[in-house]
Design a protein around this ligand. Structure first.
Ligand SMILES: [Zn+2]
Length: 613
């Protein structure tokens, strides 16, 4: 392929909104252009690399027996109403109406579409397990799309969905997906951090995320300095720095030597710091209590204080019943913070947010700043595990300018629920080995997830088992963002001059740069290109009438792995030669022009084999 016949509009200038390397280089190398905020067009060079990522993913999915299908991008709103996500997905879901007024969704993900397809065809256990995938366009109406294709509105995802008769079968597919994902990222030349979600707090081993380190990553990861533990902060647990009593009775017994609870005046004391100063104690002796509002709570609140009259309803027929809104008090040790993702998972809630001041006053009977678990009966109290170890604590007394001291868990208050809802931070101890945890920012490229019965139940999928009994299949889902994967390859492989493609993803394997595309140089360059192409090597020939310096700079910018310079001087040597250079190295070497094609084809072949092995 000749550069003059291609469409590679390289740029010297960087677009003003491009703050990350991949965004800058994809624009400068003429791979990508912007149509609108969060909407991008891949130009020929970009699309070639994109297709290579796509093919690697396809090969690895096919290799583990997942079957490719091609559903539509626009799907009926009905199936989203069946699953309940028409209501719960929020503004990110692009809903459209057709000319007849029927609802449609521009797919942001496809659990509903695949579950609906399988529901219509599934009758017998003999059809299971079944693993299907697509590589297709998705749309999420991001509020703030940025960082180029790293967080665009429209993107391409490989998403697979598997259906099984039992957990054992789901586990097997989940494991195969996990190893296929490792191979995919390795073949793309990417260093990923697999992050398991089974931090202890959430239980099970139902999900694994594949992260790449990134300064602008939207995930915070906690990694152990001593072992390979890695977790998303949303789910990370840590080794307790306190002793959890085995039971409420044990907690009560431990509190027998503690003085009786006592209400004290704490005038003009607003913050925990001020209170610690006032009482000459530290934050670890304090029970901080926050009031949260949760929406679409699926957890059964039948026995929860203050919840007997709460209304409960299904957002759609078939979807589980939820409490549209409920309030909770969360008690946690004064030096720690509440992890709202853990809290939402515990409550099976759509979202949790801090309650408005008026709600805090309504439920605690006091201004903000005096909430505490002792005597709080208007809403359920959820205690972080750290609270169970406190038996001589200070906490708000549900009254202005009053606190309790000597408050003991089990003796003076009993929470409705106890769970790990703390945010784990750098410096906390690893739950596996006790090593020190540190933080990194990361972007998620892929996610594998055991869904269980969430969609198959709400969407009424069934099959007949060996005994002719109707059963519900269990399900897994597995996604990879293609655009992000491609951008991440550039984030990991570049220098000041441009991209340094791994050979597997490079738009072309070799770029031939004739010093001046005429006469003997032109003939030698054309012959070499033709010979390489006969070997199956992908060649870009820079036939432009530009200064060599311009061509060299562009070759570096485009990041083609091998560069061959063809010039009069080297062709006139006793042994006519060309200069060959590997993009990541500084030094050229001379190769006999008559042997150049064979030698380069051998190098390309060996390198591809190494990366793909
Ligand atoms: Zn560890």
């Amino acid at each position: 392929m000749k550069v003059s016949a291609n469409f590679i509009p390289t740029l010297r200038e960087v677009p003003a909104d491009a703050v990350i390397v991949s965004h800058r280089l994809m624009f400068r190398a003429g791979m990508l252009r912007k149509l609108a905020n969060g909407l991008f067009a891949y130009l020929p060079l970009g699309l070639r690399s994109f297709r290579k990522v796509e093919n690697i993913i396809r090969e690895e999915m096919d290799a583990i027996g997942s079957l490719e299908i091609k559903p539509t991008v626009v799907v009926p709103g009905e199936i989203w109403k069946e699953s309940g996500r028409w209501e719960t997905m929020g503004e990110g879901l692009l809903r459209v109406k057709n000319r007849l007024g029927a609802d449609f969704v521009v797919s942001p993900t496809a659990e509903e579409a695949f579950t609906s397809l399988v529901r219509d065809e599934l009758s017998s256990y003999r059809q299971l397990p079944l693993s299907l995938y697509q590589i297709n366009t998705k749309y999420r109406d991001e509020i703030r799309p940025r960082y180029g294709v790293m967080r665009g509105r429209e993107f391409v995802m490989k998403d697979a969905y598997s259906f099984h008769t039992d957990d054992e079968s789901l586990d097997e597919t989940y494991r195969k997906m996990g190893s296929a994902y490792r191979r995919i990222f390795k073949r793309c030349g990417l260093t990923v951090i697999p992050v398991k979600a089974d931090s202890g707090a959430m239980g099970g081993s139902g999900s694994e995320e594949f992260m790449v380190e990134s300064e602008v990553g939207d995930n915070t990861l906690l990694l152990c300095k001593a072992c390979d533990y890695a977790a998303n902060v949303e789910k990370a647990g840590c080794k307790p720095d306190y002793t959890v009593p085995a039971s409420i009775e044990e907690a009560k017994a431990a509190a027998t030597s503690v003085p009786a609870i006592e209400k004290i005046d704490t005038p003009h004391v607003k913050t925990i710091e001020e209170l610690c100063g006032f009482l000459k104690t530290d934050a670890k002796k304090f029970i901080k209590t926050l009031i949260y509002k949760a929406v679409n709570v699926e957890l059964d609140l039948n026995t929860a204080p203050g919840c007997s009259k709460l209304e409960r309803k299904s957002p759609s027929p078939g979807a589980p019943a939820v409490y549209p809104a409920a309030f909770f008090a969360v008690a946690i040790r004064g030096d720690l913070d509440v992890n709202e993702v853990k809290l939402a998972a515990l409550l099976k809630a759509g979202e949790v947010t801090l309650a408005a001041d008026t709600d805090v006053e309504r439920f605690t009977g006091a201004p903000v700043g005096f909430a505490g678990p002792v005597g709080l009966n208007s809403i359920p109290v959820i205690a972080d595990e750290t609270i169970t170890a406190l038996n001589d604590a200070v906490t708000g007394a549900l009254e202005k300018d009053k606190h309790y001291q000597h408050a003991a868990y089990g003796r003076d208050f009993t929470p409705w629920l106890t769970a790990d809802v703390r945010i784990v931070k750098a410096g906390d101890r690893c739950s596996v080995c006790g090593g020190e945890l540190y933080e990194k920012k990361g972007n998620e490229l892929g996610h594998i997830f055991k869904l269980g019965y969430k969609y198959t139940k709400s969407m009424n999928v069934s099959y007949l088992d060996e005994d002719g009994k109707s059963r519900t299949p269990t399900m897994g889902c597995y996604g990879i963002g293609l655009d992000r994967t491609l951008a991440s390859v550039i984030e990991e492989h570049h220098d000041d001059a441009g991209i340094i493609w791994p050979l597997t993803i490079a738009p072309y394997h070799v770029i031939i740069v004739p010093i001046k595309y005429e006469g003997a140089v032109k003939t030698a360059a054309d012959d070499l290109a033709a010979a390489l192409e006969r070997f199956g090597v992908e060649v870009l020939l820079d036939d432009r009438n530009e200064r060599p310096g311009v061509k060299f700079n562009d070759a570096d910018l485009l990041g083609i792995p091998y560069r061959v310079v063809v010039g009069d001087k080297n062709l006139s040597l006793p042994q006519p030669s060309v200069e060959v250079k590997w993009r990541s190295e500084k030094e050229n070497r001379l190769v006999d022009v008559s042997k150049a094609a064979e030698e380069l084809a051998g190098l390309v072949c060996a390198e591809l084999e190494k990366l793909n092995s």
